[in-house]
Ligand binder design. Structure first.
Ligand code: ZN
Ligand code: ZN
Length: 335
């Protein structure tokens, strides 16, 4: 099984500043895909899971000829993580209509399943700040699917997008992905913010002898932090966060310790804590803004790519860990 991570958008919420000549790369709102496919096959036969839907992820996916996502996960309801949700829901349905030769919208809605959108109860349904307060009109094109419990492995049923605790699911009826959500502290206007841990089942892996001695037939985990300032001890200490195959980490600034986000400087502690084993880990630094580094006087300009690269190079970490600055529209294959 191939596990490909695509980072469609890797920027902060406000992008580059109007007026002064930008010294920085154009970076979109946050959106990340995990695409599973078999060796030797293209993506068409695989599965596509999208985590957050910041613009312009749909246009980039169209350009890269990526099929529509099977499931969307939302880390929190901030605009820079949902700004392409309308486009996603509508483009997906229109794509299905063209592929299957259906011209009538009402018939299409009865034929095609809505897109399953998964988030915590508050992320979706909070009365002031939940995603549905802004995008409730997409009912029918999407199916809002709240996560009821933190720190529990869930599977998604392929037929109807329902969530079931993994231990209760018939494996063949579910997508070959399991996930759990853990709460993080971010902003008071982002209720229900969470990080996601994913793990994957593979038929190919099933035939292999169990190398890890735990009856495990699974790949190593992929962790996507979402936006966060900090997390409770029981969260940061969760054993499923240890030694992931890939860790995608919100690092809104290099040095400035902002109110709502961890800086790269602060994240070094987490990287050391979570990636201390013998396994190789790919860390992708994401959500790069840097404006706080400028406004708080750490740099005399908003950090550009070279500044981010220098900060990563100066960090002495385990040789098993590779840290990269995530790029828009880039694909990273996980071993
Ligand atoms: Zn946010
Ligand atoms: Zn954000």
């Amino acid at each position: 099984m191939k596990i490909d991570i695509w980072t469609w958008g890797t920027g902060g919420p406000f992008g580059r500043e109007l007026g002064p000549a930008p010294n920085r790369r154009r970076r979109g709102h946050t959106a990340t895909s995990i695409i599973l496919s078999e060796e030797g096959e293209d993506y068409g036969a695989g599965f596509h899971f999208l985590i957050d839907a910041g613009a312009p992820c749909i246009e980039t996916m169209v350009d890269k000829e990526i099929l529509a996502p099977d499931v969307l996960f939302l880390t929190h309801p901030h605009f820079d993580h949902v700004s392409d949700l309308d486009r996603l829901a509508n483009s997906r349905m229109r794509g299905l209509m063209i592929q299957r030769g259906v011209r009538d919208f009402e018939r299409a809605e009865s034929l095609f399943q809505p897109l399953t959108v998964i988030g915590t109860e508050d992320c979706l349904n909070h009365p002031q700040d939940g995603v549905r307060t802004r995008f409730g009109y997409l009912d029918g094109l999407v199916r809002w699917t709240p996560i009821l419990d933190h720190d529990l492995w869930y599977s998604v049923q392929r037929l109807d997008g329902m969530l079931l605790p993994s231990e209760d699911v018939v494996v063949d009826d579910a997508f070959p992905l399991e996930f759990k959500a853990l709460p993080v502290r971010h902003s008071k206007h982002a209720p229900g913010s969470c990080l996601f841990i994913f793990r994957f089942r593979s038929d190919k892996l099933r035939d292999r002898p169990d190398e890890r001695g735990k009856g495990s037939l699974r790949s190593r985990n992929v962790v996507i932090s979402g936006d966060f300032k900090s997390m409770e001890d029981w969260v940061a200490g969760n054993s499923d966060l240890r030694d992931p195959a890939c860790l995608i980490l919100d690092s809104n600034t290099i040095k400035d310790s902002g109110k709502y986000h961890a800086s790269f400087e602060e994240n070094k502690t987490l990287i050391d804590r979570w990636c201390s084993g013998d396994e190789e880990v790919l860390v992708l630094i994401n959500h790069l803004s840097g404006f706080g580094d400028y406004s708080q006087g750490y740099y005399d300009h908003v950090p550009d790519d070279e500044d981010w690269e220098n900060a990563v190079d100066e960090f002495l970490h385990s040789s098993k860990v590779t840290i990269r600055i995530a790029e828009d529209g880039e694909c990273y294959r996980i071993k």
